[in-house]
Each structure stands twice: as structure tokens, then as C-alpha cells.
Design a protein around this ligand. Structure first.
Ligand code: DC
Length: 229
């Protein structure tokens, strides 16, 4: 990757606070925030709509030529997901789509299909990109790599609060077991599994509140970028 732009890669399991923290820090640094989970969710949503078996890699791959997934930024600076012209930003947040995203994300053809799209965003902007394989596969040359994590219990409690705020509350035990199942799938899949890049710094937010986590993340990014400059 050419070094005209800065890239920050944030990976980690679900519910560690990646997206809220990355969005907050991106605003402060005037970087573009790219939520790659939303891109996988958009594909999961589309496959559900088409009624195809999510675990059938060949069938899912055969749907890709008909699929146009776009990342657009509104005037509010927020990332919107558009699938074949339809804005699905809200639809992709349901637990059903979470499970579908985790299944399609294990399919190598889906990951290959999305690789250029993600890299192109980093070629043309300063980015903070979050996901599972950003530091290991998508942006291995990123200036700064952070592996953001927290205990299972802290992550499940946060996800519960988030779902309740969206008006779709789900019981804590259910959130915890869904989350563990999805993490296990993300960690053990053959294609680009969730793992910490060797040169990533671990940031554990179990005991940190939001603002302390944001400040810790900002510090890590500023240190890396000033070393690069
Ligand atoms: O971060 P999230 O919960 O929105 O991600 C949805 C799913 O997509 C999750 O199961 C992991 C997967 N994913 C991935 O495999 N690679 C990424 N870069 C981002 C998300």
C-alpha cells in the first residue's frame, strides 16, 4: 500500500466496543471510519432475502455476480450500506442477520469479493477500519494495529444494552451464548479467522469506561502515526 494515507486496523471479537470507539476516534482524527462487519452483514441480509442456504458456499458464491454492495457516507458522516440500490443500514442489525453474516463470512469467495472494496477505501482515504482480519489480511501494512478485546461477560452486557436501546431487547444469557457461538465460528474458520496480528497492540476494555477506552486508543494511534511520519 502506498503511504499517502494513514490506515488504522482494529480487530477483535464482537462487543469489544470496536465500532463505537473507532467511530469516536475517527471523528476526532478526521479519518474515515469503515465498519467492515456492516459489509458482511449486508451480504448476509441479501442471502437471507434470496432464501439461499447460508451454509452452501457454492450457492452463496453464485449469488455474488447479482450483488452490488456499496458503502456510502451520509452528510452526517455515518456509514450507510446500500445493497442493489436499497439502503439496508438498519435492517442489517437484527440477530438473524448477525448469524447470517457470521456464516457468509466463512465463505472464501465472499471474503475475496470484498477484499478490493475494503483496500480501495484505504487507498483513497485516511481510514480507521474495524473487523476481524483487517490487520492480518486486508491492511497488513497498516500504520497502527489494535486488537480490541474484553471479557465475554462485559461484551455480552454491552451488546444487551445496545439491543435494548434499539428497542429490540434480548435476554443476557441468550446474547452471551449467541456471542460465544459466533466468536468460536469467527476464530476457527479456515478463511481469514479472527486472530491477533503479530504486530498488533492488545487493548482490553473490560475495566475501562468508554472515554478511557477512547483516550487509550487515541494514544496508541497517535504514537504509531508520529513514528511513521
Ligand atoms: O462486527 P460485526 O458483528 O458487525 O460482524 C458481523 C460478522 O461478520 C461477524 O460474524 C464477523 C464477520 N466479519 C468478518 O468475518 N470479517 C470482518 N472483517 C468483519 C466482520
Amino acid at each position: 500500500m502506498d503511504q499517502l494515507f494513514h490506515a488504522v486496523a482494529i480487530d477483535g471479537p464482537s462487543g469489544a466496543g470496536k465500532s463505537t470507539l473507532a467511530r469516536r476516534v475517527a471523528r476526532e482524527l478526521h479519518f474515515l471510519y469503515v465498519d467492515t462487519g456492516a459489509i458482511y452483514r449486508s451480504i448476509g441480509w441479501y442471502v437471507l432475502q434470496r432464501g439461499a442456504a447460508l451454509d452452501n458456499a457454492e450457492l452463496v458464491a453464485a449469488l455474488l455476480p447479482d450483488l452490488n454492495v456499496e458503502v456510502r457516507y451520509g452528510e452526517d458522516g455515518l456509514q450507510h450500506m446500500v445493497v442493489n440500490g436499497q439502503d439496508v443500514t438498519d435492517e442489517i442489525r437484527s440477530p438473524e442477520v448477525s448469524a447470517a453474516a457470521s456464516q457468509v463470512a466463512a465463505i472464501p469467495a465472499v471474503r475475496a469479493y470484498l477484499l478490493d472494496m475494503q483496500r480501495n477505501l484505504a487507498r483513497t482515504h485516511n481510514v480507521i477500519m474495524d473487523g476481524r482480519d483487517i490487520g492480518t489480511v486486508v491492511l497488513p501494512e497498516a500504520d497502527c494495529k489494535v486488537f480490541l478485546t474484553a471479557s465475554d461477560e462485559a461484551r455480552a452486557a454491552r451488546r444487551c444494552r445496545e439491543l435494548a436501546q434499539r428497542g429490540t431487547p434480548v435476554a443476557y444469557e441468550e446474547v452471551l451464548s449467541d456471542m460465544r457461538r459466533r466468536d468460536e465460528k469467527d476464530r476457527t474458520r479456515a478463511a481469514a479467522p479472527l486472530r491477533q496480528a503479530e504486530d498488533a497492540v492488545v487493548l482490553d476494555t473490560s475495566e475501562l469506561d468508554f472515554e478511557d477506552s477512547a483516550q487509550a486508543l487515541l494514544r496508541l494511534i497517535r504514537e504509531s502515526i508520529s513514528h511513521e511520519a
